[in-house]
Design a protein around this ligand. Structure first.
Ligand code: HEC
Ligand code: HEC
Length: 282
Protein backbone atom coordinates (compact mmCIF):
# COMPACT_ATOMS: atom_id res chain seq x y z
CA UNK A 1 0.00 0.00 0.00
CA UNK A 2 2.22 2.71 -1.22
CA UNK A 3 -0.15 5.58 -0.48
CA UNK A 4 -0.18 4.59 3.14
CA UNK A 5 3.53 5.23 3.57
CA UNK A 6 3.62 7.34 6.73
CA UNK A 7 7.23 8.34 6.32
CA UNK A 8 6.01 10.66 3.59
CA UNK A 9 5.10 13.98 5.25
CA UNK A 10 2.38 14.79 2.76
CA UNK A 11 0.65 11.48 3.32
CA UNK A 12 0.96 11.87 7.06
CA UNK A 13 -0.48 15.38 6.97
CA UNK A 14 -3.36 14.27 4.75
CA UNK A 15 -4.24 11.43 7.06
CA UNK A 16 -4.10 13.64 10.14
CA UNK A 17 -6.26 16.17 8.31
CA UNK A 18 -8.78 13.52 7.24
CA UNK A 19 -8.96 12.09 10.76
CA UNK A 20 -9.47 15.58 12.22
CA UNK A 21 -12.29 16.28 9.80
CA UNK A 22 -14.02 12.97 10.57
CA UNK A 23 -13.71 13.44 14.35
CA UNK A 24 -14.85 17.06 14.18
CA UNK A 25 -17.83 16.12 12.01
CA UNK A 26 -18.93 13.39 14.44
CA UNK A 27 -18.55 15.68 17.45
CA UNK A 28 -20.33 18.66 15.92
CA UNK A 29 -23.12 16.54 14.46
CA UNK A 30 -23.52 14.80 17.81
CA UNK A 31 -23.76 18.13 19.61
CA UNK A 32 -26.52 19.38 17.33
CA UNK A 33 -28.42 16.10 17.30
CA UNK A 34 -28.40 16.19 21.10
CA UNK A 35 -29.49 19.84 21.05
CA UNK A 36 -32.40 19.04 18.69
CA UNK A 37 -33.54 16.28 21.06
CA UNK A 38 -33.12 18.14 24.38
CA UNK A 39 -33.30 21.87 23.91
CA UNK A 40 -36.34 24.03 23.98
CA UNK A 41 -35.99 27.01 21.73
CA UNK A 42 -36.05 30.39 23.41
CA UNK A 43 -35.73 34.05 22.52
CA UNK A 44 -37.85 37.05 21.64
CA UNK A 45 -40.49 36.44 18.95
CA UNK A 46 -41.84 38.85 16.35
CA UNK A 47 -45.45 39.71 16.97
CA UNK A 48 -46.84 38.46 13.67
CA UNK A 49 -46.79 34.82 12.75
CA UNK A 50 -47.48 32.95 9.52
CA UNK A 51 -50.06 30.23 10.02
CA UNK A 52 -49.00 29.95 13.61
CA UNK A 53 -45.31 29.68 12.80
CA UNK A 54 -43.39 32.39 14.62
CA UNK A 55 -40.06 34.03 13.91
CA UNK A 56 -37.29 34.89 16.36
CA UNK A 57 -35.74 38.31 16.40
CA UNK A 58 -32.25 37.29 15.38
CA UNK A 59 -30.04 40.23 14.52
CA UNK A 60 -27.47 39.46 11.84
CA UNK A 61 -24.31 38.47 13.70
CA UNK A 62 -21.68 41.14 13.17
CA UNK A 63 -18.88 38.70 12.35
CA UNK A 64 -21.04 36.95 9.79
CA UNK A 65 -22.10 40.21 8.16
CA UNK A 66 -18.51 41.43 7.89
CA UNK A 67 -17.38 38.15 6.36
CA UNK A 68 -20.30 38.24 3.95
CA UNK A 69 -19.39 41.72 2.71
CA UNK A 70 -15.73 40.85 2.50
CA UNK A 71 -16.62 37.80 0.44
CA UNK A 72 -18.46 39.95 -2.08
CA UNK A 73 -15.44 42.24 -2.34
CA UNK A 74 -13.19 39.21 -2.68
CA UNK A 75 -15.44 37.74 -5.40
CA UNK A 76 -15.14 40.92 -7.42
CA UNK A 77 -11.38 40.95 -6.94
CA UNK A 78 -11.19 37.27 -7.85
CA UNK A 79 -13.24 37.73 -11.00
CA UNK A 80 -11.37 40.77 -12.27
CA UNK A 81 -7.83 40.48 -10.96
CA UNK A 82 -7.27 36.97 -9.66
CA UNK A 83 -8.95 34.57 -12.04
CA UNK A 84 -10.37 34.17 -14.67
CA UNK A 85 -10.31 37.54 -16.41
CA UNK A 86 -6.78 38.40 -15.48
CA UNK A 87 -4.99 35.14 -15.00
CA UNK A 88 -4.79 31.62 -16.15
CA UNK A 89 -7.92 30.42 -17.85
CA UNK A 90 -8.74 28.73 -21.10
CA UNK A 91 -9.42 32.10 -22.62
CA UNK A 92 -6.15 33.42 -21.26
CA UNK A 93 -4.33 30.41 -22.58
CA UNK A 94 -5.93 30.82 -25.97
CA UNK A 95 -4.97 34.50 -26.04
CA UNK A 96 -1.44 33.62 -25.06
CA UNK A 97 -1.18 31.05 -27.82
CA UNK A 98 -2.52 33.52 -30.36
CA UNK A 99 -0.04 36.12 -29.16
CA UNK A 100 2.87 33.69 -29.39
CA UNK A 101 1.75 32.58 -32.80
CA UNK A 102 1.48 36.19 -33.95
CA UNK A 103 4.97 36.91 -32.64
CA UNK A 104 6.30 33.96 -34.57
CA UNK A 105 4.41 35.16 -37.62
CA UNK A 106 5.76 38.71 -37.24
CA UNK A 107 9.34 37.54 -36.84
CA UNK A 108 9.09 35.07 -39.72
CA UNK A 109 7.89 37.84 -42.01
CA UNK A 110 9.82 40.69 -40.35
CA UNK A 111 11.38 41.85 -43.57
CA UNK A 112 9.23 40.61 -46.42
CA UNK A 113 10.07 41.22 -50.03
CA UNK A 114 7.59 43.01 -52.25
CA UNK A 115 6.66 39.70 -53.87
CA UNK A 116 5.93 38.12 -50.49
CA UNK A 117 3.77 41.09 -49.51
CA UNK A 118 1.81 40.86 -52.73
CA UNK A 119 1.21 37.14 -52.38
CA UNK A 120 0.23 37.45 -48.73
CA UNK A 121 -1.91 40.49 -49.52
CA UNK A 122 -3.76 38.70 -52.28
CA UNK A 123 -4.62 35.84 -49.94
CA UNK A 124 -5.87 38.20 -47.25
CA UNK A 125 -7.74 40.26 -49.80
CA UNK A 126 -9.63 37.30 -51.20
CA UNK A 127 -10.72 36.15 -47.76
CA UNK A 128 -11.29 39.41 -45.89
CA UNK A 129 -12.05 42.07 -48.47
CA UNK A 130 -13.39 40.42 -51.63
CA UNK A 131 -16.82 39.64 -50.09
CA UNK A 132 -17.57 43.38 -50.21
CA UNK A 133 -15.09 44.82 -52.69
CA UNK A 134 -15.40 42.03 -55.24
CA UNK A 135 -12.83 39.57 -56.52
CA UNK A 136 -11.64 42.10 -59.09
CA UNK A 137 -11.75 44.86 -56.43
CA UNK A 138 -14.04 47.05 -58.53
CA UNK A 139 -16.37 47.54 -55.58
CA UNK A 140 -19.21 45.53 -57.16
CA UNK A 141 -21.22 48.37 -58.73
CA UNK A 142 -20.43 50.93 -56.06
CA UNK A 143 -21.38 48.67 -53.19
CA UNK A 144 -17.98 49.23 -51.63
CA UNK A 145 -15.09 51.44 -52.73
CA UNK A 146 -13.62 50.68 -56.15
CA UNK A 147 -10.11 49.80 -55.07
CA UNK A 148 -8.74 49.82 -58.58
CA UNK A 149 -8.95 53.62 -58.57
CA UNK A 150 -8.84 54.36 -54.87
CA UNK A 151 -5.42 55.52 -53.72
CA UNK A 152 -4.52 56.79 -57.19
CA UNK A 153 -5.09 60.13 -58.88
CA UNK A 154 -8.58 59.01 -59.90
CA UNK A 155 -9.34 58.40 -56.23
CA UNK A 156 -8.36 61.95 -55.35
CA UNK A 157 -10.44 63.35 -58.19
CA UNK A 158 -13.35 61.22 -57.04
CA UNK A 159 -12.99 62.52 -53.46
CA UNK A 160 -12.94 66.13 -54.67
CA UNK A 161 -15.84 65.80 -57.10
CA UNK A 162 -18.07 63.50 -55.04
CA UNK A 163 -16.90 64.33 -51.54
CA UNK A 164 -15.94 61.79 -48.94
CA UNK A 165 -17.40 60.72 -45.65
CA UNK A 166 -17.52 57.89 -43.20
CA UNK A 167 -13.95 57.71 -41.94
CA UNK A 168 -14.96 59.56 -38.81
CA UNK A 169 -12.32 62.29 -38.72
CA UNK A 170 -12.81 65.22 -36.33
CA UNK A 171 -13.57 67.53 -39.31
CA UNK A 172 -16.41 65.22 -40.33
CA UNK A 173 -17.27 65.05 -44.00
CA UNK A 174 -15.48 66.45 -46.98
CA UNK A 175 -18.10 68.25 -49.08
CA UNK A 176 -18.65 67.32 -52.73
CA UNK A 177 -18.11 69.57 -55.73
CA UNK A 178 -15.44 71.88 -54.39
CA UNK A 179 -13.72 72.00 -57.80
CA UNK A 180 -14.64 71.05 -61.34
CA UNK A 181 -13.13 67.92 -62.79
CA UNK A 182 -10.22 69.58 -64.64
CA UNK A 183 -9.17 71.52 -61.58
CA UNK A 184 -9.53 68.36 -59.51
CA UNK A 185 -7.20 66.54 -61.92
CA UNK A 186 -4.64 69.31 -61.54
CA UNK A 187 -4.81 69.14 -57.75
CA UNK A 188 -4.50 65.35 -57.93
CA UNK A 189 -1.39 65.70 -60.08
CA UNK A 190 0.09 68.15 -57.57
CA UNK A 191 -0.67 65.83 -54.64
CA UNK A 192 0.92 62.73 -56.16
CA UNK A 193 3.95 64.71 -57.34
CA UNK A 194 4.64 66.94 -54.34
CA UNK A 195 2.72 65.72 -51.31
CA UNK A 196 2.54 61.94 -51.39
CA UNK A 197 5.43 61.79 -53.88
CA UNK A 198 4.04 58.59 -55.32
CA UNK A 199 4.65 59.77 -58.87
CA UNK A 200 7.52 61.56 -60.54
CA UNK A 201 6.16 61.86 -64.03
CA UNK A 202 3.48 64.53 -63.95
CA UNK A 203 2.82 67.34 -66.33
CA UNK A 204 4.65 70.40 -64.88
CA UNK A 205 2.05 72.97 -65.97
CA UNK A 206 -0.75 70.88 -64.49
CA UNK A 207 1.20 70.47 -61.24
CA UNK A 208 1.73 74.24 -61.00
CA UNK A 209 -1.96 74.83 -61.56
CA UNK A 210 -2.78 72.22 -58.92
CA UNK A 211 -0.41 73.82 -56.46
CA UNK A 212 -2.29 77.11 -56.75
CA UNK A 213 -5.65 75.38 -56.37
CA UNK A 214 -4.43 73.43 -53.35
CA UNK A 215 -5.23 76.47 -51.21
CA UNK A 216 -8.84 75.18 -51.26
CA UNK A 217 -7.67 71.95 -49.69
CA UNK A 218 -5.13 73.47 -47.30
CA UNK A 219 -7.95 74.96 -45.23
CA UNK A 220 -8.70 71.48 -43.94
CA UNK A 221 -5.70 69.34 -44.88
CA UNK A 222 -3.04 71.91 -43.93
CA UNK A 223 -0.48 73.65 -46.15
CA UNK A 224 1.68 70.54 -46.13
CA UNK A 225 -1.37 68.30 -46.74
CA UNK A 226 -0.62 66.31 -43.62
CA UNK A 227 -4.09 66.64 -42.19
CA UNK A 228 -3.43 69.12 -39.37
CA UNK A 229 -2.51 66.57 -36.73
CA UNK A 230 -5.20 64.01 -37.36
CA UNK A 231 -8.12 66.39 -37.99
CA UNK A 232 -8.42 65.18 -41.60
CA UNK A 233 -6.64 62.43 -43.54
CA UNK A 234 -2.91 62.83 -44.07
CA UNK A 235 -2.56 63.22 -47.84
CA UNK A 236 1.19 62.61 -47.73
CA UNK A 237 0.43 58.92 -47.20
CA UNK A 238 -2.49 58.74 -49.65
CA UNK A 239 -1.77 55.98 -52.14
CA UNK A 240 0.54 54.17 -49.71
CA UNK A 241 -0.12 51.20 -47.51
CA UNK A 242 0.03 53.47 -44.42
CA UNK A 243 -3.22 55.03 -45.60
CA UNK A 244 -4.79 51.62 -46.08
CA UNK A 245 -3.70 50.77 -42.53
CA UNK A 246 -5.37 53.94 -41.34
CA UNK A 247 -8.60 52.99 -43.12
CA UNK A 248 -8.46 49.47 -41.68
CA UNK A 249 -8.00 50.88 -38.19
CA UNK A 250 -10.98 53.20 -38.57
CA UNK A 251 -13.45 51.30 -40.67
CA UNK A 252 -15.60 53.30 -43.05
CA UNK A 253 -19.26 54.01 -43.21
CA UNK A 254 -20.31 53.73 -46.84
CA UNK A 255 -23.53 53.52 -48.81
CA UNK A 256 -24.11 49.82 -48.16
CA UNK A 257 -23.23 50.16 -44.51
CA UNK A 258 -20.20 49.89 -42.37
CA UNK A 259 -16.89 48.49 -43.40
CA UNK A 260 -15.68 46.97 -40.14
CA UNK A 261 -12.48 48.17 -38.57
CA UNK A 262 -9.83 45.50 -38.81
CA UNK A 263 -8.26 46.28 -35.48
CA UNK A 264 -7.59 44.45 -32.22
CA UNK A 265 -5.55 41.77 -33.88
CA UNK A 266 -7.97 40.91 -36.67
CA UNK A 267 -5.07 41.68 -38.99
CA UNK A 268 -1.51 42.16 -37.81
CA UNK A 269 0.54 45.14 -38.98
CA UNK A 270 2.38 43.09 -41.51
CA UNK A 271 -0.90 41.72 -42.87
CA UNK A 272 -2.29 45.24 -43.18
CA UNK A 273 0.81 46.31 -45.03
CA UNK A 274 0.50 43.25 -47.28
CA UNK A 275 -3.13 43.86 -48.16
CA UNK A 276 -2.36 47.56 -48.66
CA UNK A 277 0.50 46.74 -50.98
CA UNK A 278 -1.76 44.35 -52.85
CA UNK A 279 -4.70 46.69 -53.42
CA UNK A 280 -2.45 49.57 -54.41
CA UNK A 281 -0.85 47.33 -57.01
CA UNK A 282 -4.18 46.80 -58.77
C1 HEC B 1 -18.41 44.42 -44.97
C2 HEC B 1 -17.96 44.90 -46.23
C3 HEC B 1 -16.51 45.31 -46.38
C4 HEC B 1 -15.38 44.55 -46.12
C5 HEC B 1 -15.30 43.13 -45.62
C6 HEC B 1 -14.26 45.36 -46.49
N1 HEC B 1 -14.69 46.58 -46.93
FE1 HEC B 1 -13.53 48.12 -47.51
N2 HEC B 1 -15.18 49.28 -47.76
C7 HEC B 1 -16.47 48.90 -47.58
C8 HEC B 1 -17.36 50.02 -47.76
C9 HEC B 1 -18.87 50.00 -47.64
C10 HEC B 1 -16.52 51.13 -48.07
C11 HEC B 1 -16.95 52.55 -48.29
C12 HEC B 1 -17.41 52.79 -49.68
C13 HEC B 1 -18.06 54.13 -49.81
O1 HEC B 1 -17.41 55.12 -49.45
O2 HEC B 1 -19.20 54.16 -50.21
C14 HEC B 1 -15.16 50.62 -48.06
C15 HEC B 1 -14.05 51.40 -48.34
C16 HEC B 1 -12.75 50.93 -48.39
C17 HEC B 1 -11.61 51.74 -48.76
C18 HEC B 1 -11.61 53.20 -49.16
C19 HEC B 1 -11.51 54.01 -47.93
C20 HEC B 1 -11.57 55.48 -48.21
O3 HEC B 1 -10.82 56.19 -47.55
O4 HEC B 1 -12.36 55.90 -49.04
C21 HEC B 1 -10.51 50.92 -48.68
C22 HEC B 1 -9.08 51.29 -48.95
C23 HEC B 1 -10.97 49.62 -48.28
N3 HEC B 1 -12.34 49.64 -48.11
C24 HEC B 1 -10.16 48.54 -48.12
C25 HEC B 1 -10.59 47.32 -47.62
C26 HEC B 1 -9.71 46.21 -47.34
C27 HEC B 1 -8.22 46.22 -47.57
C28 HEC B 1 -10.49 45.21 -46.85
C29 HEC B 1 -10.04 43.84 -46.38
C30 HEC B 1 -9.04 43.80 -45.35
C31 HEC B 1 -11.86 45.68 -46.83
N4 HEC B 1 -11.89 46.96 -47.30
C32 HEC B 1 -12.95 44.95 -46.40
C33 HEC B 1 -16.89 47.63 -47.24
C34 HEC B 1 -16.06 46.59 -46.87
C1 HEC C 1 -13.97 71.16 -45.28
C2 HEC C 1 -12.72 70.51 -45.04
C3 HEC C 1 -12.05 69.84 -46.23
C4 HEC C 1 -11.65 70.42 -47.39
C5 HEC C 1 -11.76 71.88 -47.80
C6 HEC C 1 -11.02 69.38 -48.16
N1 HEC C 1 -11.07 68.20 -47.50
FE1 HEC C 1 -10.38 66.44 -48.15
N2 HEC C 1 -11.13 65.53 -46.53
C7 HEC C 1 -11.74 66.18 -45.46
C8 HEC C 1 -12.22 65.19 -44.52
C9 HEC C 1 -12.92 65.48 -43.22
C10 HEC C 1 -11.90 63.93 -45.08
C11 HEC C 1 -12.23 62.56 -44.53
C12 HEC C 1 -13.60 62.21 -45.10
C13 HEC C 1 -14.07 60.82 -44.81
O1 HEC C 1 -14.51 60.58 -43.69
O2 HEC C 1 -14.05 59.99 -45.75
C14 HEC C 1 -11.22 64.19 -46.33
C15 HEC C 1 -10.73 63.19 -47.17
C16 HEC C 1 -9.97 63.43 -48.29
C17 HEC C 1 -9.35 62.41 -49.09
C18 HEC C 1 -9.40 60.92 -48.83
C19 HEC C 1 -10.60 60.33 -49.48
C20 HEC C 1 -10.64 58.83 -49.29
O3 HEC C 1 -11.14 58.19 -50.18
O4 HEC C 1 -10.21 58.34 -48.26
C21 HEC C 1 -8.69 63.03 -50.09
C22 HEC C 1 -7.89 62.37 -51.19
C23 HEC C 1 -8.92 64.43 -49.93
N3 HEC C 1 -9.69 64.64 -48.82
C24 HEC C 1 -8.42 65.39 -50.77
C25 HEC C 1 -8.79 66.73 -50.70
C26 HEC C 1 -8.44 67.69 -51.69
C27 HEC C 1 -7.56 67.41 -52.87
C28 HEC C 1 -9.03 68.86 -51.32
C29 HEC C 1 -8.99 70.17 -52.04
C30 HEC C 1 -9.65 70.20 -53.31
C31 HEC C 1 -9.74 68.63 -50.09
N4 HEC C 1 -9.59 67.33 -49.76
C32 HEC C 1 -10.46 69.57 -49.41
C33 HEC C 1 -11.92 67.53 -45.31
C34 HEC C 1 -11.68 68.45 -46.30
Amino acid sequence: MEWFNLSDNVNLLSIIGAATIIIATVLVAGKYIKQIKDDKSEGELYEDSQDGIGKYKNPVPMGWAVVFLLLIAWAVWYMLYGYPVNAYSQIGEYNEEVENYNKKFESKWADPSKGTLLAMGEGIYLVQCAPCHGITADGMDNKAADLTVWGKKEGIVDAIVNGSSGLDYPFGEMPAGMLDEDSAKAVAAYIVKEISKTSTSEDEAQVAMGEALFATCAACHGDDGKGMMGQTPDLSIYGKSEFVKEVLERGKNGDIGMMPAFKDGRLSDIQKEAVGTYILSL
